[in-house]
Design a protein around this ligand. Structure first.
Ligand code: FES
Length: 76
């Protein structure tokens, strides 16, 4: 599924960026170029970050890849 239609960035690529260390919308924008055009992808990208945070301590969950101290920043 596409998260950012303007930049053709998929949910998989967003999760890869989070695994690679992205911790905020600003990080995702810097890493992937999302949220630079229309901005409609911000909500979905934020949800990806929240999912990562929610599953950060659940080692059995497929989204487990974030450190337990993951902190989300709302700053863009
Ligand atoms: S959908 Fe991401 S900037 Fe337009």
């Amino acid at each position: 599924m596409y998260v950012c239609v303007c930049k053709a960035v998929t949910e998989r690529e967003v999760h890869q960026a989070i695994r690679g260390g992205a911790r905020s919308l600003r990080d995702l924008r810097s890493d992937l170029g999302i949220i630079e055009e229309c901005g409609r992808c911000a909500g979905c990208a934020r949800q990806c970050l929240r999912d990562a945070e929610a599953h950060a301590s659940d080692a059995s969950h497929p989204l487990h890849y974030a450190p337990p101290n993951l902190m989300l920043s709302e700053a863009v």
